[in-house]
Design a binder for this molecule. Structure first.
Ligand code: ZN
Length: 219
C-alpha cells in the first residue's frame, strides 16, 4: 500500500489501517453509508508528521472523549474538501483529514469530539452554555454563528488551553458551569458515563451498582 492510499479507522481504542482504492472506487465510509449521506475517503498526501505524531494523539483523544464512536482518518473526503473534519452525532461517526498540521489536527479532533458528545448531552445544559456563548462575535454567514459551531469552537479552544498546560482555570470553588461541563467531556468523565450507561442497558443485573452513580449529564 502506498502512503497516499493509507487511511485509519479508530474504534474502541484500536487503530486499524485501511487501504483507499483509487478513483472512481473511492472508499465509502460504511458506518455512514448505511444510515446517512454517503461520504467517501479519497487518497492524497498526509501531513509529514501525521503517522508518527498526530495519529497516536488523535487515537487517544477519540478513545478518551468519545469511546462509543468510530473515527475515519484520511487525506481528504469527497463533497467536503474545505472541511478539516465532520461529525455525525446521531450515528456516532467522525471523519478527519490527515493532510493538515499537528496543532490544527488536534484542535479539529476536539472540535469534532464535541459535536458527537453534545448529541448526547442534556438540552438544558446546552441551553445554559448557549446563553454564555451568546455574547460571542457576530460571525459572517450562516455556518459559523450556529449554536452547535459556537459550542464546538469554544470547547476546542478550552481543550487546547488544557493541552498547552493552562489548567489553573478549574481551580477554586466558583468554577463556571460551562467550564465544568467542558472539563467533564475533556477529562473523559462523560465518555466513561456513556459507556457505563450503555453497559447497564446490555446487562440489567448490574443496575444495583449503577444506581449509585452520580446524576447523569446526558439526555
Ligand atoms: Zn463544527
Amino acid at each position: 500500500m502506498t502512503p497516499e492510499h493509507r487511511a485509519w479507522r479508530l474504534s474502541g481504542g484500536v487503530i486499524e489501517t485501511l487501504e483507499l482504492p483509487p478513483h472512481p472506487e473511492w472508499f465509502y465510509v460504511p458506518d455512514i453509508t448505511s444510515k446517512g449521506s454517503p461520504v467517501c475517503l479519497i487518497p492524497g498526501h498526509h501531513n509529514s508528521d501525521y503517522e508518527t505524531f498526530t495519529l497516536p494523539l488523535i487515537a487517544e483523544i477519540a478513545c478518551r472523549l468519545t469511546p462509543w464512536s468510530t473515527w475515519y482518518l484520511a487525506p481528504g473526503f469527497f463533497d467536503c474538501h474545505l472541511c478539516s473534519g465532520k461529525a455525525w452525532g446521531e450515528i456516532e461517526v467522525v471523519v478527519c483529514r490527515t493532510d493538515i498540521n499537528p496543532p490544527h489536527s488536534v484542535a479539529n479532533a476536539y472540535h469534532e469530539s464535541w459535536h458527537l458528545a453534545e448529541a448526547l448531552l442534556r438540552p438544558d445544559l446546552l441551553a445554559a452554555l448557549d446563553a454564555r456563548l451568546a455574547s460571542g462575535p457576530a460571525w459572517p454567514g450562516d455556518y459559523y454563528p450556529q449554536a452547535c459551531e459556537r459550542r464546538a469552537r469554544a470547547f476546542e479552544h478550552f481543550a487546547m488551553l488544557f493541552d498547552e498546560g493552562c489548567r489553573q482555570i478549574i481551580a477554586g470553588d466558583h468554577v463556571p458551569s460551562e467550564i465544568q461541563l467542558f472539563w467533564y467531556v475533556y477529562s473523559g468523565g462523560f465518555g466513561r458515563e456513556i459507556m457505563s450507561k450503555r453497559a447497564s442497558k446490555r446487562a440489567p443485573r448490574r443496575s444495583g451498582i449503577l444506581s449509585r452513580m452520580k446524576a447523569s449529564l446526558f439526555a
